[in-house]
Design a protein around this ligand. Structure first.
Ligand code: PLP
Length: 364
């Protein structure tokens, strides 16, 4: 991992220990069955930003409610961005994360789009280390378990006028995560939303911002009513974009892997890594527009032999069915998606050689 050298002095975090931290026994009980996104570690990181003072008051403090002015801009205009990244425990006990610089840079790109300040990469990385320094024991060591790290930033200035906020908060919280698929990875059923889009030309689709997720909740609820697990969205030209929070990939008969290209897709780090591992194995990789017609015809003709989705939370998920009001297409399933998933997680958990230098040790 290489950081661009800068003159930035590292932040000095004021650490306040949580006096009501969970006992080791309570923590072990949670880690034995962590679920996803419902349990949190004992601490959180918080750094303030103001137009006048820049980044300041870096803190590690007990995890707990945030006090906000009711006029805080985020509550009214949704000026908010976030990231998702995991910490993995290796067999020797050490704690590592995966390509954190990519997340730091994506947070900066999201910030630019949402008129928020760009957190320097160094500070992003430092925030991860600071939290692991106090909450490292929360990184579970079981199969496919991890500590999900959730950096986020929002406009906290109390001001109802519409302009970029001059006071912003950056936070990092962490939540232990169990195996996403209990009892093995199973193909998911995908609902094709014909009534709604998640993003439009010139919109915020490429930014990791809460509003995109808010817009996906109604179609997601419709998907559930239809017996589906997730939604896939199209753009206005009928090209495949992505799921609400995962990118989509197609495996062609000749081994080529195709993934949609569009300025309104969120560029996943999992997708980029999967494509790199596929290239290492000699697969051709194409990023180009993929129409719904090409998808359906490809499946019907046998030109498409596997379809899968990927993202940090679930890693890789084969797509088993594509359904809308008017059709239900069973998708072909193969072995490549799961092989790539295995290779990627083997690197993340330190079981396979990290030939691309993707891991960053967070403890010690
Ligand atoms: C976070 C996210 C992804 C996946 O990105 P990863 O870096 O692979 O976790 C894909 N699509 C959307 C909309 C996302 O928010």
């Amino acid at each position: 991992m290489t950081l661009t050298p800068t003159d930035l002095a590292p932040l000095t975090f004021a650490v306040t220990k949580n006096l009501a931290a969970k006992s080791p026994a309570e923590r072990d009980e949670i880690l034995a069955n962590p679920g996803f996104g419902t349990n949190f570690t004992d601490h959180m990181v918080d750094v303030c930003w103001s137009a006048k003072g820049g980044w300041h008051r870096p803190r590690v403090q007990p995890y707990g409610p945030i006090s906000l002015d009711p006029a805080a801009a985020v509550l009214h205009y949704g000026q908010e961005i976030f990231e998702g990244i995991k910490a993995y425990r290796h067999a020797d006990g050490s704690i590592h994360t995966f390509r954190p610089l990519e997340n730091a840079r994506r947070l900066q790109r999201s910030a630019r789009r949402m008129a928020l300040p760009e957190l320097p990469e160094e500070y992003f990385l430092q925030s991860l280390r600071e939290l692991i320094a106090v909450d490292g024991a929360w990184v579970p060591g079981g199969d496919d378990q991890s500590l999900y790290l959730r950096p986020f930033m929002f406009a906290k200035e109390a001001f109802l006028g519409v302009r970029p906020a001059q006071k912003v908060a950056y936070y990092l919280i962490a939540s232990p995560a169990g195996a996403y698929f209990k009892g093995g990875v199973t193909p998911v059923k995908i609902w094709l939303s014909e009534d709604y889009a998640r993003a439009g030309k010139g919109g915020t689709g490429a930014a990791k911002t809460g509003g995109n997720y808010a817009a996906s909740l109604l179609p997601q609820a419709q998907a559930h009513e239809q017996g589906c697990d997730q939604v896939v969205f199209l753009d206005e030209d009928g090209n495949v974009e992505e799921l609400g929070g995962m990118n989509v990939l197609f495996v062609m008969k000749d081994g080529t892997i195709v993934t949609p290209q569009s300025p309104s897709i969120l560029a996943g780090i999992t997708r980029e890594s999967i494509l790199q591992l596929a290239k290492d194995r000699g697969h051709r990789v194409e990023q180009r527009p993929v129409s719904l017609a090409e998808w359906r015809e490809g499946v019907a003709s046998g030109d498409i032999v596997e379809v899968f989705a990927c993202g940090t939370a679930a890693v890789v998920t084969p797509i088993g069915v594509l359904k809308t009001a008017t059709f239900e297409d069973v998708q072909p399933t193969g072995t490549l998606a799961l092989e790539l998933r295995q290779h990627l997680t083997d690197i993340q958990y330190g079981r396979a050689e990290d030939t691309h230098g993707w891991l960053e040790r967070l403890d010690g």
